[in-house]
Structures are given as structure tokens and as C-alpha cells.
Design a protein around this ligand. Sequence first.
Ligand code: NAD
Ligand code: TYD
Length: 361
Amino acid sequence: MRTYLVTGGAGFIGSNYIHYMFKKYDNEIRIINVDVLTYAGNLENLRDVEGRDNYTFIKADICDRDAINKIFEENDIDRVVHFAAESHVDRSIVNPEVFVQTNVLGTATMLNAAKKAWELPDGSFKEGKKFLHVSTDEVYGSLDDDPNAYFYETTPYSPHSPYSASKASSDMLVKAYMDTYKFPANITNCSNNYGPYQFPEKLIPLIINNALAGKDLPVYGDGKNVRDWLYVEDHAKAIDMVQEKGRLFETYNVGGHNEKQNIEIVKTIIDILREELDDSDPRKEKLSYDLIKYVTDRKGHDRRYAIAPDKIKKEVGWEPETMFKEGIRKTIKWYFENTEWMEHVTSGDYEKYYSKMYDNR
Ligand code: NAD
Ligand code: TYD
């Protein structure tokens, strides 16, 4: 039975990936989820897999060398899928250091531990071992409004935010391990994800949550920044396909040609919520475009991201399955049906975070 070590599996994409993998492989695989449970990590995301014999959760920091080495010593790990990271651009602007700590040093710790466990005396690696580093398209910087410009795997790195700079550094480390040691790895650079279990600091769940509470819907700058949105399950599938069918040492961009201006996303959420809410629901009356509030722009705000997914399509055969119209409705319904989840993640420190980021903006 193949054993996966997933880091950051209690977060948004990691938990969706774990669900996807058990749905696909059921009892054919074993998953060990290592997560330190920051504000973004939530074991509630994994409630339905907790009882499985082939699932183990270990609370540990990816920067803790001894803890990570011990996991490799005690388990014959075949695959690493490395999600764990600080992931929010706005937080990175306020507090960059933790991004360097987790994203750069944490990745170095993971690489070293895997190398130590998998390397043979002659410097080659045990057969079949693979490390997948999950990264972002934000490492490529920002595109202008030219609709024919895209990020390719060959696009030079040009990160602007502390978040993207830390992810770019971690990508470079993985590349260095591949080049220097022939360490068996892949990198995926994916566009913005949306779907269930996303923490409401990111645009889509934040807008859904505020809209249902009748609160202002903060739109940064002119609202015309463009992001290329992908349904999270399609990302999970891409990661699995790259590990199974991709060429080792290669980078694959993941995205579905689904570019939208932020203002369009916000208006779509309002429209769909109004369709979904009963006329008798008091939340419906308050819900209109009047809630949209243009606020001070994000510092260094990247204008446009857009992925060219040609390589992953050609070499791996991956294509997104969920069209935005369907995915955004599914997502909204999920947040509707899981108000308890939202209440839990927005209790505690969330209000403090929200005031710090949005009051006086
Ligand atoms: P997230 O913030 O929802 O989850 C991150 C998870 O990592 C959390 O469970 C957290 O507890 C854990 N974690 C953080 N620091 C840790 C540490 N030091 N040790 C162990 N665990 C730690 O993030 P996400 O949106 O699920 O993103 C996952 C990965 O995918 C990240 O590497 C991110 O850069 C990348 N990515 C995200 C997107 C996106 O749109 N969200 C797009 C492309 C790539
Ligand atoms: P976000 O979800 O933070 O993802 P990223 O910055 O990694 O792309 O933001 C998506 C876009 O939405 C980005 O252009 C910033 C914008 N945005 C707002 O306009 N208002 C908000 O409250 C947030 C969180 C983001």
C-alpha cells in the first residue's frame, strides 16, 4: 500500500485533496497528514475521514526537523505532497517573517527529511519515491491587461508580495534539490482556488460571509484586478495526475482559463445568493450591489494572473472539469449548508483580524 505524507492537510486545499484521494483510491492508499494547525488549519475539515484505518493525523510544525525526521523514520513514505504554508497575501504584507519561516525554512526541512530518508549510499534515490511541491502562479509576478499574455512554465519569476517571494524562494529550493541531487520532485504552480473549506480571509468566502451578514463587501482599488479561478477539486486532481503521469523534475502550471475581474466575482456572488435565498429570508432584502464598498487598494496589488495550462494538458492529460458557473454555485451552497463551520472559524481571533485589516480602509 502506497503511503502519502501530506503537509498542511487541515487547510483549504490540503483537506480537499485528502477527500479527493480517499474518494479515488479508498483503501488502496494510506495518508499521514502533518499540520501544526495555525489559524488556517481546521480538523473539522476532515471530520469524515478521521475514523479511517488508513488515515493518521500528526500535529507537527514542518520547521521542526526532529519531528519531521521521526515521521520519515517511523513510516516508509512513498509520496510527499507539500501544501503547508502561510498563504494569505494581506497577512504577508503585515507580517512577512512567518512567511519566510514556514514557506522557505519549512520547505527546506521537508526536502532535507525526504532526501535523508530516500537517498541510497550511491547518491541515487529509492525507486518510486516522489515529492510534489504545491506552489502558486503568483511567483511569476503580474500581467498587464493584454488578454493574450499568460504565465508559462518558462516565464521568469518576478514575485512582488512577501507571500509570493517566499513561495518563489521555496520553488527555487526544490529546483536546486532536483538540479543538484536529482531529487525526485515536481512543482505545480496553480492559479487561485475556490471551493468548500476556504478560510474567509480570501475573496470568495469573505464576500459570501459578509453578504449573508448584510455587511459591506470590500473591493480593493478599482475592482478590476483579474484572477484566474479554479475549482479546488480540479486542483487536487491535477496534483494527483502530475505525480502519476508527469515527468519527474518538471514544473506544471495548473489553471483553467477562467479569468475574472474581482468586481465580477463579487456581483456574481450577490446574484447567486439572491437566487438561492427564499423571498421570506430577511437576509435577502439587505442583499444588493449597494453593499459593495470600494476600499483602499492592497499595497503592491498584482494586476492580473492568467495561466497557460498547455503543458499539463498535453503531457499529463489534465483538464478542469468544473466550469465556473457550476463551481461557484456549488461553493455558495456549501457555505449555506455549513453555517456552523463558518461560525466556528469566525469565532475567536477572526474579528480582531477583520478589524485590523478592514477598519479605516
Ligand atoms: P491554507 O492557509 O488554507 O492552509 C495552510 C495549512 O498549512 C493550514 O492547515 C496550516 O495549519 C498549515 N500550516 C501552516 N504553517 C504550518 C507549519 N509551519 N507546519 C505545519 N503546518 C502548517 O492554504 P491553502 O489555500 O490550502 O494553500 C495550500 C498550498 O497551496 C500553499 O502552499 C499555497 O501556497 C498553495 N496555493 C494556494 C492557492 C490558493 O488559491 N489558495 C493557489 C495556488 C497554490
Ligand atoms: P485573495 O483571495 O486574497 O487571493 P490572492 O491575493 O492570492 O489573489 O484575493 C483575490 C483578489 O481579490 C485580489 O485581487 C485581492 C482582491 N480582494 C478584494 O478586493 N477584497 C478583499 O476583501 C480580499 C480579501 C481580496
